[in-house]
Design a binder for this molecule. Structure first.
Ligand code: BMX
Length: 279
């Protein structure tokens, strides 16, 4: 039987009907930053109407922290979520099916570990997106709750700001505006490819900071692979830019970086599989 799989990110929401690794149908809607969780769920329910009767459970991946089925923002700048929103309770009421919720990067880490680039071995997944999310799968188990929220790491050299505030897609757009260019992340990559120095500097700075994060993650978990996903992470040239900073490391300290093979679907596939195991 299929799962209604949902991935609510800071910019967009992916809704799908998933069976195993198969995505039977899908739709992307914008996550309205002015609205709140009740409205986001209502918009998803509207879309899911087309699939009524075709799913028996709901698996939800979200930007933010999930604790005992309740949803909160860690960095409200990525998405402002009211503290402790009863997501699992609301979703199971709305859809009339058992629901399971997990952080978006943790869901994607699980998806990639089981069905994608992680190859069923120890995997750390990083999504470089509106924010920067992380998920860890060690010894076949996903670390849940707060574990893996690498975008929230702070380093004195970055002036106490959380890492994602100085490296994510949102940061890139802010940096562009500071240098007099109105551009969202996809346009910044476009400008960088066309040789614009201001855009190249922004991409390079973000990639360097993420490279340093990957180096540190290798020290913490020594995963077989670090899988890179998210709209920024999967932009052409970005993964190479990170890897270029890591080639000089001695082999036993060097992380092995690979692109998410499930692409933007890692979260829905992971959330669906976790829901089927927890329901
Ligand atoms: C933030 C945090 C993480 C999330 C990551 C990527 C919030 C709202 N989110 O670090 O939980 O995994 O952003 O989120 O505190 P995305 O929306 O960029 O995919």
């Amino acid at each position: 039987a299929a799962t209604l799989a949902i991935d609510i990110g800071g910019t967009k929401t992916l809704t799908a009907l998933v069976r195993g690794v198969q995505v039977l149908a899908e739709a992307t809607i914008a996550t309205s930053r002015e609205a709140g969780p009740d409205d986001w769920l209502a918009a998803i329910a509207e879309q899911a109407k087309h699939w009524s009767g075709r799913y028996e459970r709901v698996g939800i991946a979200v930007t933010g922290l999930i604790d005992e089925g309740r949803w909160s923002a860690l960095n409200p700048a990525t998405l402002a979520i009211p503290d402790g929103y009863p997501l699992v309770a609301q979703a199971s009421k709305l859809f009339g099916k058992p629901a399971f919720a997990v952080n978006d990067a943790q869901a994607a880490a699980w998806g990639e570990h089981r069905f994608g680039a992680g190859g069923n071995e120890d995997t750390v997944f990083l999504t470089i997106s509106t924010g920067i999310g992380g998920g860890v799968v060690i010894n076949g188990s996903p670390l849940l709750g707060l574990a893996g929220h690498f975008g929230l790491l702070r380093s004195p050299t970055l002036g106490e700001a959380p890492l994602e505030d100085v490296a994510s897609g949102r940061w890139m757009a802010t940096e562009a505006a500071r240098s007099g260019h109105q551009a969202e992340a996809p346009e910044i990559f476009e400008h960088a490819r066309n040789g614009a120095a201001w855009a190249q500097t922004i991409v390079a700075q973000s990639a360097l900071r993420v490279a340093l994060l990957c180096r540190d993650i290798q020290m913490m978990f020594a995963p077989k692979r670090i899988v890179i996903g998210g709209g920024i992470g999967l932009s052409s040239g970005y993964l190479d830019a990170i890897s270029a900073h890591l080639v000089a490391l001695p082999p036993h300290l060097a992380p092995h970086l690979v692109a998410a093979s499930l692409g933007p679907r890692a979260g829905i596939i992971g959330a669906a599989d976790l829901a089927s195991r927890n329901g």
